[in-house]
Design a protein around this ligand. Sequence first.
Ligand SMILES: Cc1cc2nc3c(=O)[nH]c(=O)nc-3n(C[C@H](O)[C@H](O)[C@H](O)COP(=O)(O)O)c2cc1C
Length: 373
Amino acid sequence: MEMEKNKVTWETKQSIPLLKPYKMGNFNLSHRIVLAPLTRQRSYGNVPQPHAVLYYSQRATPGGFLITEATGVSDTAQGYENTPGIWTKEQVEAWKPIVDAVHAKGGIFFCQIWHVGRVSNRGFQPNGEAPISCTDKPLKPTKALFSPPRRLSTEEIPGVVNDFRLAARNAMEAGFDGVELHGAHGYMIDQFLKDSVNDRIDQYGGSLQNRCRFALEVVVAVAKEIGKDRVGVRLSPFADLMESGDSNPEALGLYMAESLRKCGVLYCHVIEPRLKRGGEIKECPHETLAPMRKAFQETFIVAGGYTREDGNEAVAKGQTDLVAFGRWFLANPDLPKRFQVNAPLNKYDRPTFYTSDPVVGYTDYPFLEPTVS
Ligand SMILES: Cc1cc2nc3c(=O)[nH]c(=O)nc-3n(C[C@H](O)[C@H](O)[C@H](O)COP(=O)(O)O)c2cc1C
């Protein structure tokens, strides 16, 4: 009877593409359902808190791949309340029990490191200074308050590259298995990449190669510090969040994918512009990313509006190796299990995405009831 049950479980796993094992570099993943990086704003004073131990370990599975929320590389990197950092000893120490808890459940855990660049205001900056960016073009005022950025001088840029390198070293010290560079969504790296933001006239602006220089210098510095097999990069060439559109996202995506392959990084993680806006799904056909996947050749991760069905389809068709789930994983700590048994999903509660409560909307999403056998 027991053997029969095991057989069923095994067969179910084999027939669900998202549940097929995958070897990502030196990491043996038991399935392809990745926890997408999710800012939760519960790291008071930029220090990860004990409640994150439960949050991340709830979402860990043996051989499952998890990526942390965006984590600041320096004291100029923040633009939101209570987001974690990894530039001080205190922050590194605070990450350790969180990483240990994920490892205790057999998870593989990368730290997403970022600098927000101009998506900030003086209130988040040391001594109330202006946020730094590749440009001095301000963001249009919205609900959030942005201060006009200060354009980095050419000579200052290696210092920011170095902050990413040190943050990556700190992530290793905290016990993480690797880092993901946040090169998406209109933050610092993306600000350099996109021609609607980057208006520099030095070697970091102008041509496509020049606009990608900063990103690739960060990749090389971090890869040299911790090993290229521990570095992933997240990109959103097709997105225009935070006024960061590009006039030729296909060329940008392709050049970055080719360059990342040459650098030999572990994975390329790309966000498709399929987020629901105002009730409408803004779709881009999956084929949009095909040239990037082909050019990169190694582990490819996609994200953006995926469900169990189209995630399975994307893996089955070879469009991607892994699929990162954001909102569904946020609301369903046992998402891989639910996908395996095709269980209904908890709905996500948008109003508590970014609130600072250590429990509500964070660690209180229910698990499936254990099945009686
Ligand atoms: C609450 C929330 C926080 C997010 N924080 C981050 C982040 O820190 N870094 C990042 O790269 N993307 C972030 N994203 C984007 C997600 O990683 C993901 O790409 C997006 O939600 C689309 O995937 P989904 O449709 O599966 O949710 C965030 C999204 C949400 C909803």
